[in-house]
Design a protein. Sequence first.
Length: 83
Amino acid sequence: MRLRVEFTTEPFDLDEAPAHAVVAREVIQGAGLDAVDVGPFGNTAEGGADEVLTAVDSLLRQALASGATRVSLQVNVLGEDPK
């Protein structure tokens, strides 16, 4: 199964990316997922279910440990993984 995760972390800081946002992006960028898109107001990535769910677990743990007070995320099923 292929999944897409979309997420944001809070609190926001428009002047400089907070530590929790940087950590969350690093987790997603280092997770070996496809179609990773990071931005100031939202981030998305796609991949196999195991990889996405493992990345989400790490993202939640590390972002919260780095000062996030809220993590909003959405996970969508894209279909079967062609692998």
